[in-house]
Write a protein that binds this ligand. Structure first.
Ligand code: DGL
Length: 261
């Protein structure tokens, strides 16, 4: 059983990509919605939250664990690997490399949370893959909340998205990285605000990496195609989100993490 973990429902962009690649694989999805959003928290806070979630996921025997959250990957991937050396983790890396390959203007826009933009991971991949390019980050405060509320293309969402995208377009970005797993759900609104700009969604590449890792470790990828959702928030809300966002159906359970420490 492959685990997918996010602060909320955004990791479902990776879930859908994985489901497409492997219709029969069993997936456990953890949405830490009681503490969502992570994006305005400190790196230390996100790290301790991610360690708590990983403790529960490893106790379920799920592997690999996909951190389908750029914010948690930036703050906690190293700490998780150090704490659980026997478990494989697949993290989100800001897609600067494919963006650099596709940019003609030499300016790449990154839409992400404030915490992701402050993390070392983005600075690292930028140094490695785009040292000669201009990388412009935009902290898109509020967008995660719209997706959590199932609002992906209303007039209000389009206005909020346009506010965040405008500085990137003005800076000359011809490629924008969707650096938060919630943002692919806003793709229509983002594309409308950035006509002619290439949008990069890393979810398919991460899903491929998760599947490769599972196969390499002999984890069965031909199960019953179950998707079991767990939320630290409201299970009824997740059932509603599954419907509103067109996610794979599955059983939804509420989870109190303290019970599992
Ligand atoms: N989906 C998370 C990410 O990729 C959302 C972060 C948040 O909870 O603010 O960064």
């Amino acid at each position: 059983m492959i685990a997918i973990y996010d602060s909320g429902i955004g990791g479902a962009s990776v879930l859908m990509a994985l489901r497409e690649l492997a219709p029969d694989v069993d997936i456990l999805y953890l949405a830490d919605q009681a503490r969502c959003p992570y994006g305005n928290r400190t790196q230390a806070d996100i790290q301790s939250i991610a360690l708590e979630c990983a403790a529960w996921l490893t106790s379920q025997g799920a592997a690999p664990i996909v951190l389908a959250c750029n914010t948690a990957s930036a703050a906690a991937l190293g700490a998780l690997r150090a704490r659980y050396p026997q478990t494989s983790f697949v993290g989100m890396v800001p897609a600067v490399k494919p963006a650099a390959q596709r940019s003609i203007s030499g300016v790449i826009g990154i839409m992400a949370t404030a915490a992701t933009l402050q993390g070392e991971l983005l600075a690292d991949v930028t140094r490695t893959h785009a040292p000669h390019l201009k990388v412009v980050g935009q902290a898109c405060v509020g967008l995660v909340d719209f997706v959590e509320a199932g609002d992906t293309d209303s007039v209000t969402v389009r206005a909020a998205v346009a506010t965040h995208v405008a500085p990137l377009v003005a800076a000359g970005a011809d490629v924008i990285v969707l650096g938060c797993t919630h943002y692919p759900f806003l793709r229509t609104a983002i594309a409308a605000a950035a006509p002619g700009v290439t949008l990069i969604d890393p979810a398919p590449a991460v899903a491929q990496q998760a599947l490769r890792t599972a196969i390499a470790q002999g984890i069965p990828t031909a199960g019953r195609g179950r998707t079991d959702y767990y939320t630290t928030g409201d299970a009824a809300h997740v059932r509603w989100q599954i419907d509103a966002l067109g996610l794979p159906t599955g059983i939804v359970r509420a989870l109190v993490l303290e019970d599992h420490q």
